[in-house]
Design a protein around this ligand. Sequence first.
Ligand code: HEC
Length: 228
Amino acid sequence: MRMCSRSSRKVGWIIPILVLAACTGVKPAATSGADTQVVAGSKEQVLLGRQIVILHDCGGCHGGGADPGAKGWLAGVMSPVQEFQIGACSVAHPDGKPCFTTRPRNLTPDNATGLGRFTERQIFNALRYGLRPEDTPDVDITSTTPGQGNFPATPHYLAPPMPWTTWRHMPDQELLAIAAYLKRGLAPFSNKVAESDGPPDFWASAYTEQLIGPYPVRPFPTANEHLP
Ligand code: HEC
């Protein structure tokens, strides 16, 4: 996973989404222990979130790798080598345009620079729908169609290569556990990450159903699969 999140910082327009889908995969629920129900607000919920965060390599981009004891664990970009170049500026064509610099953000609950000012539901909405918490109200979203069921009419999506397009398929319980861990299981760490660059449509044209697949996922078996 290092290879996916560090050495391929220069990635093409759509490639990151595909690469990450292949690199991180969608883990079966059982690997993260979600077959046991956890109570909202409990220590077990926070510990489940911690396990999922480690298994899904959030620290590979947001800082600290797989070591919750590492300096800068989930505190976001602290050096330019942790930034991504997204767009036509591939390794072969470094001057290609458009080219956007995107930056994994501070996920610790620091109020001024991290997730402290957002609710667990806003973090859940970021992971399920890819919506930037700072531009998306704290509401229960019940549709994936813009303008319906509290889904914003003009969504502001998280910049690639944040892999929400695969992780949105995690069950509610797992996404809520991640939010619980980030808000209630981490010490706040002050680190101001500069805003990511992005196109005026906030990546909406990179996240069409044709490109990222439907939510929920198509039923098994699709044309590429068969019954065992
Ligand atoms: C491949 C790199 C990568 C990985 C792995 C990754 N992220 Fe991100 N994440 C990003 C980038 C880049 C952004 C910034 C998006 C933007 O600026 O619009 C981001 C933004 C976020 C945000 C929005 C924060 C805010 O203040 O707007 C949350 C929440 C988040 N990530 C959670 C996670 C979690 C939880 C995991 C692991 C399950 C994870 N990320 C793994 C790259 C990554």
